[in-house]
Design a protein around this ligand. Structure first.
Ligand code: DGL
Length: 321
């Protein structure tokens, strides 16, 4: 009996010290990673940004699912204790498949964002902005309806906001919000606000009191979006709620790291590691020390015949178990 307990304790102790795996199509998921690190400062993390294949938004759900399987497998080889899909498009396309395939818990960003919006709305009219993939999947509408069938969801794809963030983090030295503020490039500002009004005015007219920023890049546009919508609309980013869900899931399993546990941070990218360090620091708002490069060939090799077979079954019948 005591032997069994010792083994169980040893296992739990070991799991506690394993990192949390977090991934996104690129840099945007660092908004979620930052929130997780703030909420859980004892945890180690491995962050993977698939920068070279960003954006995922316009890709087919099947292709995005194969990326989710590749990166999820890469992370499980790194022995993570939990995976966070810190990308709305990848969550919408691949969360269910990833949960069926991987042995560790997999948490996405859509359900936490939907939950936060349902809690926040008073008039039960909620807007969602995201990529074409996210909006077309209907994932937010389904998640909101599952929580409160009386809430009406108005979804609008805003793909050009992704371009603005991508451009913004590559331009200048300050934060993206500085870029869009009064001192910024005169060429970007007027066209951005015009575009934002074109996207957001219909949502405003539909009487929403809450808007989900259903894309990991959009928290970086909080100030200008708020300015266009006015103070009466509450903006929801799923990052904070996702961090709570990670904490609750780890706590329930007894896998939360504790103060004094060894801590590490690994960043990996399919793109240029130096660029990732520079731009990642701008998104995270602090220095990032090293990033490793992972080739698409290495990622491709993660798709074993067994994983391919399971994805093919999923594509056919919507489940692979
Ligand atoms: N990370 C993606 C998301 O949250 C946005 C960028 C992309 O299209 O890949 O949907």
């Amino acid at each position: 009996m005591s032997g069994v307990v010792a083994v169980a304790e040893g296992y739990t102790h070991h799991m506690r010290e394993l990192p949390i795996g977090i991934f996104d199509s690129g840099l945007g998921g660092l908004t979620v990673a930052g929130e997780i690190m703030r909420a859980l400062p004892n945890e180690s993390i491995v962050y993977f940004g698939d920068t070279v294949r960003c954006p995922y938004g316009p890709r087919s759900p099947e292709e995005v699912r194969s990326f989710v399987l590749q990166i999820g497998s890469w992370l499980t080889q790194r022995r993570v204790k939990l995976i966070v899909i810190a990308c709305n498009t990848a969550t919408a396309a691949g969360l269910a498949l990833a949960q069926q395939v991987f042995d560790v818990p997999v948490i996405g960003v859509v359900e936490p964002g939907a939950r936060a919006a349902v809690k926040a709305t008073l008039n039960r009219r909620v807007g969602v902005i995201g990529t074409v993939g996210t909006v077309n999947s209907g994932a937010y509408s389904k998640a909101v309806r599952a929580l409160d069938a009386g809430v009406t969801v108005f979804s609008v794809p805003t793909p050009r906001f992704v371009d603005v963030v991508e451009q913004g983090v590559r331009l200048g030295n300050g934060t993206l919000e500085d870029l869009l503020s009064a001192t910024s490039d005169v060429y970007i500002r007027p066209s951005f606000y015009q575009m934002a009004r074109d996207y957001l005015d219909p949502l405003k007219r539909s009487g929403i009191d809450t808007l989900v920023l259903g894309c990991t890049h959009f928290p970086l546009l909080t100030a200008p979006i708020q300015q266009v919508l006015g103070a009466g609309v509450r903006l929801i980013s799923s990052a904070e709620e996702t961090a709570h869900e990670v904490a609750d899931t780890l706590a329930a399993r007894g896998h939360l790291a504790e103060a004094g546990d060894p801590r590490s941070e690994v960043f990996a990218t399919t793109g240029d590691p130096d660029e990732f360090l520079e731009l990642g620091a701008r998104v995270l708002g602090r220095h990032v020390s090293t990033a490793e490069h992972v080739s698409l060939a290495e990622l491709g090799s993660m798709l074993t015949p067994e994983l391919r077979r399971r994805q093919a079954t999923y594509e056919e019948v919507g489940t692979c178990d």
